[in-house]
Design a binder for this molecule. Structure first.
Ligand code: DC
Length: 673
């Protein structure tokens, strides 16, 4: 997951390969609640691990359910059998921004008999729940608003089942959010011990496919619901939740929309037949799978089988679309970005529910599409988007409104024909449903060019610390090229070789095949942690000697180039900006006076209990500088186009800030406010 302030996606030009998608959020949270209400243990396979499922799991634990997350990825839920234990009749539950937890838990807890407070993040307190509370109150449940009437936070009081008014149908509005009906359908079997429970929907029911998911999963848990059209639902007297024992969660069809769109937009990577999506197929029980039809209408070529989809570019540019998107409200956001690549203006209608989701999605999409340069028109329940011609795209910083779907669908703008990067602010918001979304995107995308920042400088200038911090803040990979020479030196010594011309070819062969990996800040050689071993003074000397052998430098060049991967690289070391990545977008040459560097090294060594003198260190450094600068192979010298940064009197964070200022200067984005 990218836990950075922003993530810059370089321009992408092609895509191909296979992605496995995480489990569906809608199915995951419904299954968790049903397993919690049922008797016995349910093994849930492929459960989504995300913010919304985590708050649900935490709530279920508080309510006394057994929750065991096994190492093999299976989650075991031991349910309540429809009854709360005595020590779980009071709780304060925090439900984040998860509508799929807030709404069904409100209904279930109103019927389970206890004192509960349900809260969420501020945005959750702006998302309506009044229609559900009204329906439950009509039944005889007691629920108070703790903030604004009609919105969470809520307090739920216990009621006796005998007091519930089940003779008349329970009436609920269906035109604001289908989650209200889902919540009632999931919870009301709790009240059906002695008589049928009837629910009537008032007004047009929106997002019907989500109700299909609810009914399908209820059936898996032994509850049959009779439905008359989309307006009347009957739960039979005596219904009881029965665990299916084990259940698989389908991959998220809404998440699939980004990769379906990717296959439709991106030129295929040579040798690949488009994008293969695993975990969900056209026979999915999720309504958003019908996004496939919309994508096909716009030009995508789609093949499908059980649990897989294969997408490639068909009609190009995409065909404009005019669609009533009520049946695919979440996935339709992806169409709004695809519309930028179309041959005319596109219109999505009947999407008023966008305004009460994680954010006001109609306004959010319009604002951000406009930043890319598009002309957009909106109304209470529609959005109309003009496509962008080549040469009219703008490099934009996309605000994501703490809305995972805004972040994911705008990543597709990186396929713009103008070669512009796209900056996604707060990229970690994708954690709501797809924590590794960007990693998955990168795994199938081919960039026009991966940006590189090079940092070089004399020994003890702090270049490693600076480079690592810049990499961390940008979410980029980090290459410590010195470590490669150090590991080669270590491998040489262990093999009984010396850095002499007669051993040069053999050392170079070893360097070419180094079984090396950088994992969790450790350097592993054939699985062995050599992080400490390569940092000794002796290892430094060996590194210095092998690094003077031209054949070794050549052997390590290819290995170093492999580190240039999406979304970007910060590389530190001698010839990064001159030989390995001469096209780096930014080159920094970090210096500090010998006196300052000696003092830093002195503190470092003393803290490790190594006894040295300041004068001695300073003389060593000056001698090493002179040797490094005058040596014939890869001498220490700034690349011609490097920016010099003397950090003698700077803290690390001041140097990092300076590098960021330079970085922004070479980016096409508006400055961050
Ligand atoms: O940065 P460091 O101290 O870990 O580097 C170890 C040795 O390798 C040092 O003598 C410089 C050399 N080196 C090099 O020649 N080229 C690089 N790209 C990185 C390091």
């Amino acid at each position: 997951m990218f836990d950075t302030v922003f993530l810059d996606l370089p321009a992408l030009r092609a895509a191909g390969g296979t992605v496995r998608l995480p489990g569906s959020k809608s199915i995951s949270n419904r299954v968790l609640l049903l397993a919690a209400l049922a008797e016995g243990t349910t093994e849930v396979h492929d459960l989504l691990d995300s913010d919304d499922t985590r708050v649900m799991l935490a709530a279920l634990r508080q309510l006394g359910c057994g929750v065991e997350q096994r190492a093999d990825g299976v989650t075991r839920i031991t349910g309540l059998g429809g009854k709360l234990k005595d020590d779980a009749r009071q709780a304060e539950l925090f439900l984040g921004n998860a509508g799929t937890a807030m709404r069904p838990l409100t209904a279930a807890l109103s019927l389970l008999g206890g004192e509960f407070e349900l809260r969420g993040v501020p945005r959750m307190h702006e998302r309506p729940i009044g229609d559900l509370v009204d329906a439950l109150a009509g039944l005889g449940c007691e629920i108070d608003y703790l903030g604004n009437p009609g919105y969470p936070p809520l307090r739920i009081h216990p009621v006796a089942h005998e007091g519930l008014r089940l003779d008349a149908p329970i009436r609920v509005r269906g035109d604001v959010s289908s989650q209200f009906l889902t919540a009632l359908l999931l919870a009301l079997p709790l009240a059906s011990a002695r008589q049928d429970v009837v629910i009537e929907v008032i007004g047009e029911l929106i997002s019907k496919p989500y109700i299909e998911i609810t009914l399908n999963l209820l059936a898996r848990f032994g509850i049959d619901v009779q439905r008359e059209g989309w307006s009347r639902f009957t739960i039979a007297a005596g219904s009881q939740y029965r665990s299916p024992g084990s259940i698989h969660v389908e991959a998220d069809a809404s998440s699939a929309s980004y990769f379906i769109a990717l296959g439709a937009i991106a030129a295929p990577t040579p040798g690949q037949a488009g994008i293969r999506i695993e975990g969900v197929g056209a026979d999915s029980i999720q309504g958003d799978i019908r996004f496939v039809e919309a994508a096909q209408a716009m030009g995508a070529k789609v093949e499908s089988g059980t649990n897989w989809l294969q997408i490639s570019r068909g009609h190009w540019p995409l065909r404009a679309i005019d669609l009533d998107a009520n049946h695919i409200p979440d996935a339709a956001m992806t169409l709004a970005v695809m519309a930028l690549f179309a041959d005319g203006p596109s219109r999505l209608t009947n999407i008023a529910s966008w305004r009460v989701k994680e954010t006001d999605r109609i306004d959010a999409m319009a604002n951000e599409l406009r930043k890319l340069g598009a002309q957009v028109e909106t109304g209470p329940d529609f959005i109309r988007i003009q496509p962008l011609a080549a040469s009219t795209w703008r490099a934009a910083s996309i605000h994501t409104y703490d809305d995972h779907r805004v972040a994911m669908c705008f990543s597709l703008a990186a396929f713009n024909p103008d070669g512009l990067p796209v900056r996604i602010l707060d990229p970690k918001c994708v954690a709501k449903t797809f924590p590794d979304y960007f990693e998955a995107l990168f795994s199938v995308s081919e960039p026009a060019a991966v940006p590189v920042i090079c940092v070089d400088g004399p020994t003890a200038s702090g270049k490693g610390t600076l480079a690592m911090e810049v990499a961390r803040q940008l979410g980029y990979h980090y290459l410590d090229s010195g470590a490669l020479y150090r590991v080669t030196g270590l491998a040489m010594t262990r093999a009984g070789l010396t850095a002499t011309p007669e051993h040069e070819a053999r050392i170079a062969d070893m360097a070419r095949a180094l079984p090396l990996s950088f994992t969790d800040g450790k350097v592993l050689l054939a699985g062995e942690d050599v992080s400490e071993a390569i940092r000794t003074e002796a290892a430094g000397m060996d590194a210095s000697r092998v690094s003077a052998l031209p054949a070794v430098r050549l052997a390590l060049a290819d290995l170093q180039k492999c580190f240039r991967r999406l979304p970007g690289l910060v590389a530190d070391g001698r010839d990064m900006g001159t030989v390995i990545f001469p096209d780096a977008a930014l080159k920094v040459f970090l210096t500090a006076s010998a006196a300052h560097r000696a003092e830093r090294r002195y503190k470092q060594l003393i803290s490790k209990g190594i006894s040295v003198t300041l004068d001695g260190l300073r003389q060593d450094l000056e001698a090493r500088d002179a040797r490094d600068m005058s040596r014939s192979t890869a001498p220490l010298k700034p690349a011609q186009d490097a920016r010099l940064l003397d950090n003698s009197d700077q803290t690390i964070s001041q140097s990092v800030d300076q590098v960021f200022q330079w970085w922004e200067q070479v980016q096409p984005f508006e400055p961050l406010s």
